[in-house]
Design a protein. Structure first.
Length: 461
């Protein structure tokens, strides 16, 4: 009757429900024509026997509810299923509870957990109730104990069996050790650079994902020195003085300086590090290695810093000639930067000079082992990345949790300029030469030919 037609349409025609039609169609698919004939009708007595619970299960439900009134119908049904293999429905359990059948016992089978004197009997009470089908919550509430104790008792029973019922001596908890063999080996590897102290080791380990306090790092360093006779850093005592160019905001002061690196094994003359530091965050804005400390190299570093981070309110340096050359002063004026200078022979007033001490501890040991210019550049780049991203001593007590120079500087920039404006200010100001009588201009130890007809004129290189 439903072949080729929808069940919903046929249900409207016959007045039967869609569910009934679907059931009859499924029976026809399973049994064929036999499903169309009526089966033997069960007697009322057989239906009653099939639907009604046996008397012992009805009495069990009543007794359980009387022993622990907080039982819910589904919990009582679970206990019946574990006891007899038959699970009554929640409505059946409620009907039995409302029938008024009296309980066969009124006393508790087990006293509260704390009142059972024998420890083995206390744990056996938990195990017996759980074997009957009681859940963890009901056992804990019935015995007036904690769920954690019930979990632990059952876990011991699963793992140790009968032996888990006995008392076990308390095992003292050992604190979690942060210093393992991997950490010790990492510290020993870093300690090959003897200029690294406890704080720099702490910062390097934190960068590698190992959390150790500076004091713990200091103890490991001292242990390694005594075991392996490793040298330590040379510290010179000094009294801190107030800094004249202490910044209260980002990009208020930049400090520029040049440091000579004693790397004679590479040959080719002296090697210098030219760096620019942001005073507030101690972030190295730009840095480069150079064979000379001339104006061109300095302006290349200054251009890189300004191109990326804008301009500061003031630039601080010592009395070096490249920092106060007329071309450099013209650039400062065009960019509205004030030029400040530390007092003569007072290197401590330079923030970058004090941070060069950090460079000595972090990188000089590796500088001295570089075999080529490429290795030297790699050591410099690694130092620059580590210095900016590792924790800095000046930020160890910040309330905002920012400990590294990169985190303190963040996204903040100074006054920014376009690439065209910087090109006009830097290159047309810096690289101007007067041609000689033959039309040549000297530029960085080179003679560049301009034009013979413009001898003696100014030219931009």
């Amino acid at each position: 009757m439903v072949f080729g037609r929808s069940l919903a349409q046929r249900a409207l025609e016959t007045g039967a429900s869609v569910r009934t039609l679907r059931r009859k169609a499924n029976r026809f698919d399973a049994a064929g024509m036999a499903s169309l004939f009526p089966t033997r009708q069960e007697s009322d007595e057989e239906l009653s026997d099939r639907r009604e619970l046996p008397g012992n299960l009805r009495q069990l439900i009543i007794d359980l509810k009387a022993e622990y009134p907080a039982f819910r119908p589904n919990e009582l049904a679970t206990i019946c299923y574990i006891t007899s293999g038959r699970r009554p429905g929640p409505h059946t359990v409620r009907r039995i509870l409302a029938s008024g059948l009296p309980p066969s016992r009124t006393a508790r089978r087990y006293p509260p957990y704390a009142e059972i004197e024998d420890a083995i009997e206390r744990r056996l009470a938990i195990i017996r109730l759980h074997s009957e089908g009681w859940n963890i919550k009901s056992i804990a509430a019935y015995l007036q104990t904690t769920r954690r104790r019930v979990y632990q008792t059952l876990q011991r029973w699963v793992e140790d069996g009968v032996h888990g019922l006995d008392d076990k001596p308390p095992v003292p908890k050992q604190p979690a050790r942060k210093v393992d063999l991997r950490t010790m080996r990492t510290v020993q590897t870093l300690q090959e650079n003897p200029e690294l102290g406890s704080f720099r080791i702490h910062a390097a380990l934190k960068q590698a994902g190992i959390e150790l306090s500076p004091r713990t790092c200091g103890r490991i360093l001292a242990l390694n020195r005594s075991l392996y006779e490793m040298p330590g850093p040379t510290a010179e005592p000094h009294e801190p003085k107030p800094m004249p160019f202490e910044a209260s905001r980002r990009h208020q002061y930049w400090t520029v300086d040049v440091r000579y690196i004693d790397v004679h094994q590479l040959g080719g003359g002296n090697i210098y590090v030219i760096s620019i530091l942001e005073n507030y965050s101690r972030f190295i804005l730009a840095s480069m290695l150079s064979r000379s400390q001339d104006l061109t190299a300095y302006l290349m570093v200054l251009y890189a810093a300004i191109r990326r981070y804008g301009t500061p309110e003031a630039l601080v340096s010592d009395g070096g000639g490249i920092f106060k050359a007329k071309q450099a002063m013209a650039i400062y004026g065009a960019l509205s930067m004030k030029k400040e200078q530390i007092d003569k022979k007072q290197a401590w007033q330079s923030y970058l000079e004090s941070n060069f001490n950090v460079q000595r501890r972090m990188a000089d040991w590796h500088f001295a082992r570089a075999k080529s210019w490429e290795e030297l550049l790699a050591v410099h780049d690694r130092w620059l990345e580590d210095f900016n991203t590792q924790d800095h001593w000046a930020h160890r007590e910040r309330d905002d949790g920012r400990r590294s120079p990169a985190a303190v500087l963040g996204w903040v920039t100074g006054t920014t300029y376009t690439a065209e404006e910087l090109h006009r200010i830097f290159y047309t100001t810096r690289f101007s030469r007067r041609l000689d009588q033959l039309g040549y201009a000297r530029f960085r130890r080179w003679r560049l030919y301009g034009e013979q007809g413009v001898a003696g004129a100014q030219a931009a290189v």
